[in-house]
Each structure stands twice: as C-alpha cells, then as structure tokens.
Design a binder for this molecule. Structure first.
Ligand code: SF4
Length: 381
C-alpha cells in the first residue's frame, strides 16, 4: 500500500478485524480475562480513539495506554523550574506549544506568559537559536522535551551553537528515553501486560534492537507500528499471532519508515551531546534509572541547569500531584480515564488538572475528545 487512504480502507480493516477475532478465540481470551496490549506511544493512543479502534476490536482484547506522551510524563517540579526560568527578566524562554499548558504548582508557562514573562512558542530548536542570535543582550533558553524522536534536533542545535560560540543560548534538557520505562512497567508486579505495540517515530531513530530485552528477558512480544488504523490493527494481529504460537519476538510492522538499525546520523549526534542521567522522575511513575538524558560536560556552557543553577541534581524535588488527580493510576493501566473523579468535571482540555488532559496524545484528552466515537473507520470530528 502506498497512500494514506489505503491504510484507512474499511474493507481491509474488517478483514484484519476478523483475523484478530479468530486469534482472540484461539488464545481463549474473554472480556473477563482479556489479552492486555500496551500501546507505548501517545500518538498510537490518539489514533486508537480517533478511529474508534478500541470499540472495533473484540472484547477479549484490552488496550493499556502507555507512558509515551512526553508532555504527560513531565513532572510538576520541572514545569515549576521552567516557570522560574521564564520569569527571570534577563531570559527569553522558548518552548514547543504543547508544553505551554502543562500545569505546574503555581502556574503553567501560558499563565507565566500572561503575567508578563517572555515565553515564546517555537517549531524547532533552530528557531530558538535564531532568537538568541537576534537578542544578544538576553539569555535564550530552549525547553528541550521529548523522546528519542526530538532528541536529535536539539543535539544538532547544541552542536550548531557550539560552532558559532553563542554565549547567550542554553538548553533546559528534559529528554527521556523509551526502553527504561518499559522495563520499569514490566518489573511492576501489578502490571498486567501480554504484549506491546511499539512506538513508530522513536524507532525511526533508535531502530528495533533496543527492544530485544522485552522479548528475550520478559518473554513478551513487541511489534513496532505505524499510525494509521490498518497499521495498528495489523500490529495488534502480529502481537496476537506471536502469543498464539508461543513466540516472543521484536517485529517491525512499520518497515516503510523504520529501518531496523534506526538512523545512525541521529544516534551519533545524540551520543555526542547527551549522556544518560542516573535517574529521572516521570509523572505518575516515579524515578526510573537511566531514563533521562543530560548534556555532556563538553557542552556544559549550553546547559541551562548548570548556567542558572536549577534542575536535576541541584534543586530537584518531587512535587505531589494535585489533589484528586489520578494520572498515575491511568498511566499504569489501573483505571481508565472516565474512572477518575475529576474527568470532564474538575479536569477538561480547557482547564486541565492533570497532564494527561493537556496534550492531544494524553489518554484522558483522547477519551475526552473521542470517547464517544462511533465504531467506524472514518476519523471522529
Ligand atoms: S481526568 Fe485529569 S486528573 Fe484525572 S487522570 Fe485524567 S488528567 Fe489526571
């Protein structure tokens, strides 16, 4: 198949759904004892609800929504530090738009901007670099956030700033990596997981090798998937076929985009600029070993944590979630979003209480927007 329409073809989708139903029957899964498949990536969560796939699959299959939305897992203490930086009179704080509304203890970046802080939305770290060039009397900080997908662009940006010897540019690094939280979830004795739909965009950078431990050490299948409805259905079927035949392997459904060995240029740039932190805090999941990245000593002059004496290892602190917020239970699959007492009442996309309601990739926002989606393959409006 070549065009997006073909990956949304209802006839083909019905054929794959019939095979999914057959596999579920053979495995013997039921509504009371379903097969639990985690879609790791927030983009997949969004696609599942947008196309109503959760309602189309048989009852013996349950999606568990994973921690793969970087905005949703950003701990509140880091948002507070962003606000702290943004409120400095000598700072222009630059960020991707989706981080603007994440609630901090006092306020979000959007509220800080409304209160007078110079917070600017950018589409690329290179935009922040340009702002630094044009404002030599200001300190320009770029809020680097995201998984392996966005890490190469900020790494290349730091390399560029180094080449130009820009002294008023720095990066507040909050990059995180996918394999460590998957391991943490697999180590959680309360987690019920039978297999994974693996992240497509992240894998485009890192390839499929970093997931081998999931099959080898935990005996769980993982299939790296694309983002169209047929990509997801085919990937679910591939996971079920592994379970049905007693296999646990890493497979690549998204091979039209994901090379098995990833993108070596991006990997090299990331390794040159970043190294793993010992620990990093995830909202709802706590601290996870080696799950965050920090800027290497060689590029320390571009590290906002070092420049402004904030951040992890210095002023790091764990800030409790707001009262009534059940984000951690949603993220670990213990409850579904509508089971949170705040869902749609004290927490809406317009006024989010928890991070899962902020980003379109957050499970609560996806439920809120598409929870009532009819089971059809045309996207809900
Ligand atoms: S409804 Fe809001 S508070 Fe409740 S789990 Fe979702 S994001 Fe968190």
């Amino acid at each position: 198949m070549k065009y997006a329409d073909e990956f949304r073809d209802p006839v083909r989708a019905r054929g794959v759904l019939a095979q999914i139903e057959e596999a579920i029957d053979e495995i013997g899964a039921t509504a009371d004892a379903p097969v639990y498949i985690m879609e790791v990536c927030g983009g997949h969560t969004h696609a599942i609800f947008r196309y109503g796939l959760d309602k189309l699959v048989p009852e013996g299959l349950e999606f568990i929504h994973g921690p793969g939305c970087p905005v949703c897992v950003l701990p509140m203490a880091r948002v507070d530090e962003c606000v702290e930086l943004a409120e400095r009179s000598d700072v222009i704080f630059t960020t991707f738009g989706d981080a603007m509304r994440v609630p901090g203890t006092r306020k979000s970046l959007l509220q800080a901007k409304a209160d007078g802080a110079d917070v600017r939305m950018v589409y690329s770290p290179l935009d922040a670099l340009e702002i630094a060039r044009r404002n030599p009397n200001k300190e320009v900080v770029f809020f680097a956030l995201g998984f392996e997908t966005t890490t190469p662009s900020s790494a290349l940006c730091i390399q560029q700033a180094s080449q130009e010897d820009l002294s008023n540019f720095s990066v507040f690094c909050n990059h995180i990596t996918v394999p460590p939280p998957i391991k943490a979830l697999l180590d959680d004795p309360h987690m019920k997981l039978d297999g994974f739909v693996g992240p497509g965009h992240v894998s485009m950078v890192i390839g499929i090798e970093p997931y081998q431990f999931i099959a080898r050490d935990y005996g769980k299948p993982i299939v790296v998937a694309g983002f169209e409805p047929l990509d997801l259905l085919q990937s679910v079927l591939m996971v079920l076929e592994q379970i049905r035949s007693g296999r646990a392997e890493v497979e690549n459904q998204y091979s039209r985009v994901v090379p098995d060995d990833g993108n070596p240029v991006s990997i090299a740039a990331c390794e040159n600029v970043y190294e793993p932190r010992e620990k990093f805090e995830w909202r709802g999941l706590g601290e996870i070993d080696h799950s965050g990245l920090k800027i290497r000593e060689e590029y320390k002059r571009f590290d906002a944590e070092s420049k402004f004496r904030i951040g992890y290892g210095k002023a790091s602190r764990i800030v409790p979630e707001p009262e009534g917020c059940s984000c951690s239970d949603v993220m670990t699959g213990k409850i579904k979003p509508p089971q949170c007492a705040q869902f749609g009442k004290g927490c809406t996309p317009e006024m989010p209480l928890g991070a899962l309601m902020v980003s379109t990739e957050g499970a609560c926002a996806a439920y809120y927007h598409y929870g009532g989606a009819r089971p059809e393959l045309e996207p809900a409006q």
